[in-house]
Design a protein around this ligand. Structure first.
Ligand SMILES: *Cc1c(COP(=O)(O)O)cnc(C)c1O
Length: 473
């Protein structure tokens, strides 16, 4: 079929509608305005029998989805740990879709294979990781953990005389897996996918900020007999705290057959700023690293990054074999480094944003986000009845609301009521968590566009919500 003018028109119209949406980001309610029932009424229904004009489809989709959109890409979304999208990254993402290349094989998309190879090298440089490390662009932090731990599983078992890719885990030497008490949930999920078991782990106690305790790790390691995988963390999802990598690396390196993995989905980005790089000192001594580009680097979904200091293990764990896949170009095939065979070239937006920002621009975003978090924490801490629970070392702030001599249970309920009121108000959006048994509001500042003024407006809205909850009681 020939491509018609109407098809090209749909693309131009989508670009206009996207630009219109982006212009609403600063002013619209950060929370979705519509509920699931109305959205289903507008977007659901039976499969159409006859097709529609692409322009009409795009216009209708934009109209019907709009009330259910959350302004996660905007500057006052502080929920979970969710970045926005830098304009260069978003634009490059559209081109990536238009080109429709498959960088799984060099021959299927040589230009984008080279772009990804370059972007991967830039990522290693920016994050202070060894330049010879292997890397792959995966869907997110979870699959980055999966990919890196698969490489670890290969290396540890190979050194113990076992080929896990060929034989599986039946009859294999036993691996001891060690994680921190506040490891991100996706570490356990990666272990689950890899047959290592989400519960079959040694858990090292954490300190009051959620960092792995070195004495606890030493005690756990002393009791391990076989090959050991230790998973440490750069950036606790609640507090932003970092495990002490130098001390952890000393303990892991003292063992014969051990692998140190670091989950740094957002925290690894501290390396891009001299002000915060001290937090990740020693992280380069690990064997593998996982991070996200769709968090602090602000590329659109989806884009995670797995890197290892053992390219042979990484490749052995991931590569696919089939006669028709052997192309012998002598070039890098993406499918050797990620769990997918075919995939989109998600490294391209990374390439574009790194060119647009440069090293200085990335540093500026990290530092500005942390400045906003610090100022929000300081203003909240000064307000009566408000406590900041964590040491604000990076971009994460935990806030609790309590009236004088209120019980813990009443303060939990108050804190949850304030969070709900902030979400309803729509100036900003943030979620809740339970931190060491206490309900807390959780603020995460990782959007490239967030300013000090956005932080101030949001603190005003949070304090107004807290006063509203006070009067309602
Ligand atoms: C977000 C996050 C993950 C998971 O990343 P996804 O991109 O959601 O898969 C893993 N670890 C940490 C520390 C995170 O913050």
């Amino acid at each position: 079929m020939r491509r018609s003018n109407a098809d090209t028109e749909a693309i131009r119209r989508a670009a206009e509608l996207a630009a219109d949406f982006l212009e609403t980001l600063d002013a619209r309610s950060v929370a979705a305005a519509s509920d699931a029932g109305s959205l289903r009424a507008a977007l659901g229904g039976p499969l159409p029998v006859e097709g529609e004009d692409p322009v009409a489809v795009i216009e209708r989709l934009a109209r019907d989805a709009d009330p259910g959109l959350v302004a996660t890409a905007g500057p006052r979304y502080f929920g979970f740990v969710i970045g926005g999208h830098h304009p260069a990254a978003l634009a490059a993402d559209w081109l990536t879709s238009a080109w429709d290349q498959n960088p799984g094989l060099h021959v299927a998309g040589p230009a984008l294979s080279i772009v990804e190879e370059t972007a991967g090298g830039w990522m290693l440089d920016l994050l202070g990781l060894p330049p010879a490390a292997s890397h792959g662009f995966v869907t997110g932090g979870m699959m980055a953990n999966f990919t890196a731990i698969a490489a670890a599983r290969h290396a540890l078992l190979e050194r113990a005389g076992w080929d896990v890719e060929r034989q599986g885990l039946y009859g294999a030497p036993v691996l001891d897996v060690v994680i921190g008490a506040e490891a991100h949930a996706t570490i356990r999920t990666a272990l689950q996918y890899l047959g290592l078991g989400r519960e079959r782990v040694h858990v090292v106690p954490n300190d009051g900020q959620g960092r792995m305790r070195v004495d606890g790790l030493a005690a756990v390691l002393a009791a391990c007999r076989g090959p050991v995988l230790v998973c440490a963390q750069a950036g606790n999802v609640n507090t932003g705290a970092f495990d002490p990598f130098e001390a952890i690396a000393d303990l892991v390196r003292a063992r014969e057959n051990a692998w140190l993995h670091v989950d740094g989905a957002f925290g690894l980005w501290a390396a891009a700023s001299p002000r915060f790089a001290g937090l990740v000192a020693g992280v380069e001594r690990a064997d593998s690293w996982a991070t996200d580009a769709h968090k602090w680097l602000n590329v659109p979904y989806d884009c995670g990054f797995a890197a290892t200091a053992d390219p042979a293990a990484h490749r052995a764990a991931m590569s696919i074999t089939a006669a028709y896949l052997v192309q012998d170009t002598g070039e890098r095939d993406g499918m050797d480094w990620t769990p997918e065979s075919s995939r989109r070239a998600r490294g391209v937006p990374v390439y574009a944003v790194l060119r647009a920002l440069g090293r200085d621009g990335v540093r500026e975003i990290i530092e500005r986000c942390c400045d906003v978090a610090a100022r929000m924490a300081a203003r909240l801490r000064d307000a009566p009845g408000v406590t900041v629970l964590n040491d604000v070392v990076l971009d994460q702030v935990l806030v609790r609301f309590a009236a004088p001599s209120e019980s813990d249970a009443a303060a939990d309920a108050r804190t949850r009521a304030v969070i709900a009121a902030v979400q309803r108000d729509g100036t900003c959006w943030l979620g809740g968590t339970t931190w060491h048994g206490l309900a807390a509001m959780r603020i995460s500042v990782v959007n490239w566009a967030t300013t000090i003024e956005d932080g101030d407006r949001s603190v005003d809205a949070i304090l107004a919500a807290a006063r509203g909850v006070e009067t309602a009681r």
